[in-house]
Design a protein around this ligand. Structure first.
Ligand SMILES: *[C@@H]1O[C@H](CO)[C@@H](O)[C@H](O)[C@H]1NC(C)=O
Ligand SMILES: *[C@@H]1O[C@H](CO)[C@@H](O)[C@H](O)[C@H]1NC(C)=O
Ligand SMILES: *[C@@H]1O[C@H](CO)[C@@H](O)[C@H](O)[C@H]1NC(C)=O
Ligand SMILES: *[C@@H]1O[C@H](CO)[C@@H](O)[C@H](O)[C@H]1NC(C)=O
Ligand SMILES: *[C@@H]1O[C@H](CO)[C@@H](O)[C@H](O)[C@H]1NC(C)=O
Length: 557
């Protein structure tokens, strides 16, 4: 066996700064992009300067590394050098957008280069329209930047600093003013006072919680600039709480299938660590004896469903493989903890009494379902070898249907063991005994009726007689008739005509019957021994009626 391995070597040559030999590309900065509100002052910090010990403004000047900014507008694939103007300018490590415009959205590449060296990194900028910003209250100013968080314990004091005000001070060529609002009004009273750019809360009260907004106004070389930030203020305590499962909530589980137990909890914003975990009979999952059956869907990180002002709703899912009745007795608890508190809740489980699905619908589906609950598996109570013995007229139109469709589905899809005597293995001699013996070792005799079926002296007639005798003698054999094509009753052999009254006839209805969900297969399954399809082993079907005195051909679909 030859294995060919192709190795592709990709050489990346930067499109930026064409004259340079090679530029180290650090890709896109991992901290995520920057959001700016349209019309507000915005700036991009070149992430190459994030580690001043590696690159800083002083050292790059010494190495004659020139910072250059490129812009790749959204929907474009070629970056262009940023066109500097009064509005767009470079200031040491920053690219300033004073103010930001909608067209500024896109990727920015910050590059440092001299004659022998080049390095670049990309950063994403999104300029949001005011109506694209989610606001709690209509009167709240739109803020593009995520809020910062501040905890001030109840009835104590604290100072709120307006984020980025220092940046404004550095840029400003005049005075910088800051205006605070809380719940759409100025938070000025005996408990709260503005001190410089900051807001002093002398006594923290319940009503002083929530988002505060600070609007920064400044001037730079004649340009009047403005931006707004927000700070969310909370006080302690903030207990974690389990939302799901509820106190009296019942979770349904299905036996023999995997159960998913979902726990969701709220962790109010708190400057502390938090945890959510499942226990089984009081033990954490890693302490369980049979721990392979119990797992969390995400191993290391719980899923945060939403994060509103730092209040997190978190989900943890416990997966129980192959849920069994004895698992119903176990105590599955979801627990949550943060610095302020702890809560635990047991998941109340109940076995699901599944109603028939729409697909099964009425009648037959229901019958199959009830039987799968209450029926007994004949395999445990008899000593038969085959589920189905198929009898049919050899050399007939039905032969293909029998060998391929019927046998294929019964064996491969439904997991029955099927016995078919091959027409080639039919000499005279001892055939009678052999046929009788195989029919007797089957649970059902499936007779495919056709005009030529069971003509005098044929193998099929023998099979049919064996089957009818087996039924009559109470030998735990049942005969089922399958009609492939409509035929008139007078064409049936006498044995069949006589037996008909007591036998079930299942009619094949052409293409309509091809789907496994069709009436034909449901009807047939009702008549055949009970099998729980999900538990079937594929090998079952291949148990064929072998006998030393017969040549047996195997057919494959
Ligand atoms: C700037 O970089 C130089 C050389 O890389 C280093 O010696 C210096 O400490 C850096 N300065 C700062 C403020 O980190
Ligand atoms: C270019 O920058 C590199 C890296 O900082 C430095 O090692 C090199 O000396 C600089 N070359 C010149 C000509 O300044
Ligand atoms: C959170 O706690 C740490 C230390 O426990 C402190 O340094 C930090 O300032 C706190 N953050 C807030 C927003 O209170
Ligand atoms: C800036 O602030 C100083 C001191 O608060 C004040 O005297 C001055 O008039 C202000 N300038 C402008 C242009 O508002
Ligand atoms: C499981 O939760 C219930 C409350 O739903 C609690 O009474 C019980 O003690 C908890 N069990 C464990 C082992 O934590």
């Amino acid at each position: 066996v030859c294995v060919c391995v192709c190795v592709c070597v990709c050489v990346c040559v930067c499109g930026v700064g064409g004259g340079l030999p090679m530029c180290y590309d650090w890709g896109e900065a991992s901290e995520g992009g920057v959001s700016v509100l349209e019309g507000e002052a915005g700036w991009l910090f070149c992430p190459l300067f994030s580690h001043p010990s590696v690159y800083n403004y002083t050292s790059t000047r010494k190495d004659r590394l020139k910072p250059v900014w490129y812009h790749l507008p959204e929907g474009h694939d070629v970056e262009q050098p940023v066109q500097y103007s009064l509005r767009v300018s470079r200031d040491r490590e920053h690219l300033l957008l004073l103010p930001a415009a909608a067209a500024d959205t896109g990727q920015y590449i910050c590059m440092l280069s001299n004659q022998t060296f080049c390095i670049k990194i990309a950063i994403r900028l999104k300029v949001l329209r005011p109506d694209e910003v989610v606001r709690d209250e209509n009167c709240d100013p739109p803020v593009a930047v995520a809020p910062s968080q501040k905890i001030i314990p109840f009835q104590t004091g604290g100072l709120l600093d307006c984020p980025d005000v220092e940046e404004a001070r550095k840029m400003a060529t005049g005075n910088t003013t800051v205006t605070w609002t809380h719940k759409c009004t100025s938070p000025s009273n005996i408990h709260r006072q503005q001190r410089g750019a900051s807001l002093q809360i002398h006594v923290m009260l319940n009503t002083y919680q929530g988002p505060y907004f600070c609007s920064v106004n400044y001037e730079r070389e004649g340009l009047k600039l403005q931006f707004t930030r927000s700070v969310i203020v909370n006080f302690l305590p903030k207990l974690p709480s389990i939302h799901h499962p509820g106190k009296d909530q019942i979770t349904t589980v299905k036996r023999n299938s995997d159960a998913r137990l979902v726990c969701t909890a709220l962790f109010p914003y708190l400057n502390s660590s938090w945890d959510i975990w499942w226990t089984v009979d009081g033990k954490r999952l890693d302490k369980l004896f049979d721990q392979h059956r119990f797992s969390r869907t995400s191993r290391w990180r719980e899923e945060t469903l939403k994060n509103e002002h730092g209040d997190r709703t978190v989900e943890s899912v416990l997966l129980v493989q192959d849920f069994q009745s004895q698992d119903l007795k176990r105590e599955f608890n979801c627990s949550v903890r943060n610095a302020r508190g702890f809560e635990t809740r047991r998941a109340q489980l109940e076995e699901e009494v599944s109603l028939p699905s729409l697909e099964l619908g009425c009648g037959l589906g229901l019958l199959l379902l009830y039987r799968s609950w209450f029926g007994t598996d004949e395999r445990h109570t008899d000593d038969k070898e085959y589920d189905v013995y198929i009898s049919y007229a050899r050399n007939s139109e039905e032969e293909h249907f029998v060998l391929f469709t019927l046998r294929g589905v019964l064996e491969n899809e439904l997991g029955f063991s099927v016995c078919i005597f091959d027409r080639d293995s039919l000499p005279g001699g001892t055939i009678t005994d052999e046929t009788l013996s195989f029919v007797a070792r089957s649970r059902r005799l499936l007779v495919v009726v056709s005009p030529g079926y069971a003509s005098r002296g044929s193998q099929a007639l023998l099979e049919l007689q064996a089957g009818i005798d087996g039924m009559a003698l109470g030998g735990h054999l049942r005969v089922i008739l399958v009609q492939y094509k409509p035929i008139q009753r007078q064409c049936w052999v006498r044995e069949l005509r006589r037996a008909r009254v007591a036998l079930v006839l299942v009619r094949w209805q052409g293409d309509k019957s091809r789907e496994l969900t069709s009436r034909f297969w449901k009807r047939l399954r009702v008549e055949l021994p009970l099998r729980r399809v999900s538990m079937l082993s594929r090998e079952k079907g291949s148990a064929l009626c072998h006998d030393s005195s017969f040549v047996f051909l195997q057919y494959f679909i």
